[in-house]
Design a protein around this ligand. Structure first.
Ligand code: CLF
Ligand code: SF4
Length: 297
C-alpha cells in the first residue's frame, strides 16, 4: 500500500511495476528497442546484446523504428490491459539516440496518452536532455550509477565519448559521474521521479555502493535498485573474460540491507531485456514480433 509515501508520489508510482513492489503483481510494462547506439563502454557490456544497464546480457532484441514501436505499443496495449508503462532501455543508451527515443515518445503520447513513459540511461548526456524529457512528460527516469569515485569508475568504464571526444580512464569516469549527478539534481528539481540502478561488482564497487546510495539519496533519488553483475564468459564481456565474478545472493541481500535504512530499495528487479513485454518476470515478447504486428491491421 501507500505506506509512508506522500500522496502525490504514491499517485505516480502505484501503477508502475518497477517503482512499486505491490504494483508489479498487477501491472505490466513493455520496452521498445529503438536505441541501438551507445556513448560509453562498460566492462559488463556486450554490445551485440542488450544494454546491461538494465538487461540480462545474452539476448538480442529486435530493433524497431519509432513508427514500428508506436504500432507495437498499440498492439500490446490492446492485448494486455494491465499495460501501464512504456520504457525505452536500449539495446544501447536511449539518450545516445535522442532523435529515435523522443520521436517514439511523441508518437506514443499521441496514440496512447494513458501510458506512462519511462526512460533508462547511463546519464552521460542526461543534463543536455532534461528539458526535453520534461517537455515530453516522461514520468520516470532511471540512471545507472555504479560509482561516485572516478578511480573506481576507471575499473568499470574504459572510456566515454562526449562532444566528439573520447575520454579514457579516470578522466572519463570523472566526466561520467559529474554528468550523472548533475542530471539527477536537474530531474529532482523538475519533480521527475528518478530511480538509480547500480550493478554490484565484487571487489570493484561492492563496498563503495553504500557511498553511492548516500550520494543519490541526498540528490533526491526516489528508489535504489542494486542488481548483481552477470558475467558468464560466453557473453563475451570484459568482466566475463577476465574472470570477474558476480555476487552471491547472500552478498547482494547484505548490501541491499545495509542501504535499506537510507532509502527505499528495489528488490524485485528482473533485469529485463530491451524488448521485454508483460508482467515483470514473464516475457511475452515472442507474441509481438515485428512480423506479427505488421500483420495485425
Ligand atoms: Fe523498464 Fe526500467 Fe522503466 Fe521498469 S524495467 S525502463 S524502470 S519500465 Fe524494472 Fe526491468 Fe528491473 Fe528495469 S524490472 S530491469 S528496473
Ligand atoms: Fe553497454 Fe549499456 Fe554500458 Fe552502453 S551503457 S556500454 S549499452 S551496458
Amino acid at each position: 500500500g501507500q505506506g509512508d509515501l506522500p500522496t502525490e508520489i504514491w499517485e505516480k508510482v502505484k501503477n508502475h511495476p518497477c517503482y512499486s513492489e505491490e504494483a508489479h503483481h498487477h501491472y505490466a510494462r513493455m520496452h521498445v528497442a529503438v536505441a541501438p547506439a551507445c556513448n560509453i563502454q562498460c566492462n559488463y557490456c556486450n554490445r551485440k546484446y542488450d544494454c546491461a544497464n538494465e538487461s540480462r546480457p545474452g539476448v538480442v532484441s529486435e530493433k524497431l523504428s519509432p513508427e514500428q514501436a508506436a504500432k507495437k505499443v498499440l498492439a500490446v496495449a490492446s492485448t494486455i490491459p494491465q499495460m501501464t508503462v512504456l520504457g525505452i532501455a536500449g539495446p544501447g543508451d536511449p539518450l545516445a539516440n535522442p532523435a529515435k527515443t523522443f520521436k517514439t515518445f511523441e508518437l506514443i503520447s499521441k496514440t496512447a496518452p494513458d501510458i506512462k513513459l519511462c526512460l533508462s540511461t547511463n546519464g552521460l548526456t542526461l543534463p543536455d536532455h532534461v528539458d526535453t524529457i520534461a517537455a515530453y512528460n516522461v514520468d520516470h527516469v532511471t540512471i545507472t550509477i555504479n560509482m561516485v569515485d572516478p578511480e573506481i569508475g576507471a575499473q568499470i568504464y574504459p572510456w566515454v565519448f562526449y562532444n566528439h571526444k573520447r575520454y579514457t580512464g579516470i578522466e572519463g569516469a570523472r566526466l561520467l559521474t559529474e554528468r550523472q549527478l548533475l542530471g539527477l539534481e536537474m530531474l529532482t528539481a523538475r519533480g521527475i521521479l528518478t530511480k538509480i540502478n547500480s550493478v554490484m561488482i565484487p571487489g570493484v564497487n561492492d563496498k563503495h555502493l553504500v557511498e553511492v546510495n548516500k550520494a543519490v539519496k541526498s540528490r533526491g533519488a526516489f528508489l535504489h535498485n542494486i542488481m548483481p553483475l552477470i558475467s558468464a564468459p560466453e557473453h563475451g564481456t570484459v568482466f566475463g573474460l577476465t574472470g570477474q565474478r558476480g555476487p552471491s545472493a547472500q552478498e547482494l541481500k547484505a548490501l541491499q540491507d545495509s542501504c535499506e535504512g537510507e532509502m527505499n530499495m528495489m528488490r524485485h528487479c528482473r533485469q529485463c531485456r530491451a524488448d521485454a513485454v508483460g508482467l515483470l518476470g514473464e516475457d511475452r515478447s515472442a507474441e509481438f514480433t515485428t512480423d506479427k504486428i505488421m500483420a495485425m491491421e
